[in-house]
Write a protein that binds this ligand. Sequence first.
Ligand SMILES: [Zn+2]
Length: 137
Amino acid sequence: MPRRKRNRRIQVPPVIKGMSVYGVRGRKSNEVILRLEEYEAIRLLDYQNLTQEQAAVHMDVSRPTLTRIYEEARNKVATAFVEGRDIIFKGGDIYFDENWYKCDSCQASFNDYENSNPSCPVCNSTDVITLNEFYSR
Ligand SMILES: [Zn+2]
């Protein structure tokens, strides 16, 4: 499968697949899709308080690209806050830094460097997919 463009490195996957609004009644939320590189930019800059130069290195992108990803991410989060919309983490031109997997039975995330077909360390299920597969569903 050809790459459309250079992928951005994600060090740690989100622990959840999205967030839902609280206190809204009688209306279906029109969710905001936050791509995983946008999630990662917010994690590195606003949660870990890295500089944009440091975050660009972590994500393997240029500083201007990082700034563009970050501004789009902030705009989406602000839109979700102000308009009361759910946020779904999905898609993106990304790869994971390590061999991350997701258990389809218990939803545990884990990494495994030694096995190409690992079983879940939590429930021993072999119903395991890569995180790239999980987030592209
Ligand atoms: Zn499991």
